[in-house]
Design a protein around this ligand. Structure first.
Ligand code: EPU
Length: 344
């Protein structure tokens, strides 16, 4: 037995993933301050860093140490003529943090309202919604390096943000538990401009008669949209979008467009074209369709939901069936968005 306080053994992760899948961790520790990490780093072995578990598929038991980050804190770290710098502990709930910044009069994160999970997880997959990615207002983060035992600072460039991607995923650190993000700082510019170009958001603001919405009104519209289309994990277990929207080359996009003139598509600065995975899944016949106890959600085909007792194997079966269906119909590969533990 270890002498490290609060280190638990054979711990059930069922309540630690919003899909509510069964799985156990050989060892588990809840981290409320960065100081605890040095002793845990010395343990060695396999590690996995867990936030809110809202982007996680438990594919079985994990024969390693799960670090559940619960570091609290939020404060104004600084202010200059151009911006507020807001600091948040990695364990804070993202939605609570966003609403707190808005209540304090620091707009900028409103489009990212109601995204499940913790603040510390936000940069790892560069969360995004309704035309905004978290990278836009990200300033820096501190992370404890479990390899060197030192605290490291990552600025925006060091994070190498891309669509649902960052250096933490590119280097596989989100799987090997190398870095534990402990706190983050956001830079919220004082010359705030609303980001309302996203079609569905623009339509919702229009329906509300809002020509010059403030940040609170945008947050309220986003929250209403999400409640309408995305299932509440507390009522219908899910992990948000289950697939990334696929990025294809211009030739593939042109071929698909010739066959399907109503194909939703978003040209990217690098020449590639982002397609709507939900649209592809719907047209491949998987929207609202179940395979065993899991299915693709009837109001948003990109979201996989658990309708009854299920295991990670059920999720993987549906994932492969949907991927096969979309590949056969469109010749496009869908990549899963959540993280798998253990990785298959
Ligand atoms: N669509 C369909 N059928 C569907 C779902 C979508 O035809 O079942 C079409 C829509 O009509 C629209 C397009 O696909 O033309 C895009 O749909 P939507 O605006 O709902 O967004 P999305 O691309 O499916 C992304 C994010 C969501 C985020 C929304 C809103 C990814 C992987 N997902 O979904 O993020 O909330 O935009 O901005 O980029 C998440 O990552 O967990 C997540 C929920």
């Amino acid at each position: 037995m270890s002498t490290i306080p609060d280190l638990l053994s054979d711990f059930s992760l069922a309540a630690d993933n919003t899909l509510g899948l069964p799985g156990r961790a050989a060892r588990y520790a809840r981290i409320v301050s960065a100081e605890r990490l040095a002793a845990l780093a010395a343990l060695g072995g396999r590690r996995f860093v867990l936030g809110g578990g809202s982007n996680l598929v438990l594919s079985g038991d994990f024969d390693g140490l799960v670090l559940r980050v619960a570091i609290p804190g939020r404060a104004l770290a600084g202010e200059d003529a151009d911006a507020w710098y807001v600091r948040v502990g990695a364990g804070e709930n993202w939605q609570d943090f966003v609403q707190w910044t808005l209540a304090r009069g620091w707009p900028g994160l409103e489009n990212l309202s109601l995204i499940p999970g913790t603040a510390g997880a936000a940069p790892i997959q560069n969360i995004g919604a309704y035309g905004l990615e978290v990278s836009e207002h990200f300033h820096s983060l501190s992370a404890f390096d479990m390899k060197s035992g030192k605290t490291v600072n990552f600025d925006r460039a060091a994070c190498r943000f891309a669509y649902r991607d960052s250096v933490f995923k590119q280097e596989g650190w989100h799987l090997d538990g190398r870095f534990v993000i402990t706190e983050l700082t956001f830079r919220l510019p004082k010359n705030w401009r609303p980001a309302t170009a996203y079609g569905e958001l623009a339509a919702e603001l229009d329906a509300r008669g809002l020509v010059r919405p403030d940040a609170r009104q945008i947050a309220d519209a986003v929250i209403a949209l999400r409640r309408r289309k995305l299932p509440d994990p507390a009522l219908l277990p899910n992990a948000g979008s289950f697939f990334r929207n696929p990025l294809v080359d211009a030739g593939t996009a042109a071929r698909l467009l010739a066959e399907h003139p109503d194909l939703p598509r978003y040209p990217q600065p690098d020449g590639r074209v982002k397609l709507a995975g939900g649209w592809l899944i719907e047209r491949a016949g998987w929207k609202g369709r179940d395979l065993g106890p899991v299915g693709m959600y009837e109001k948003q085909a990109l979201v996989l939901v658990r309708r009854g007792p299920a295991t990670g194997a059920d999720v993987l079966s549906l994932m492969r069936a949907v991927q096969d269906g979309v590949r056969r119909k469109f010749g496009v590969d869908l990549e899963p968005e959540p993280v798998f533990l253990p990785s298959p």
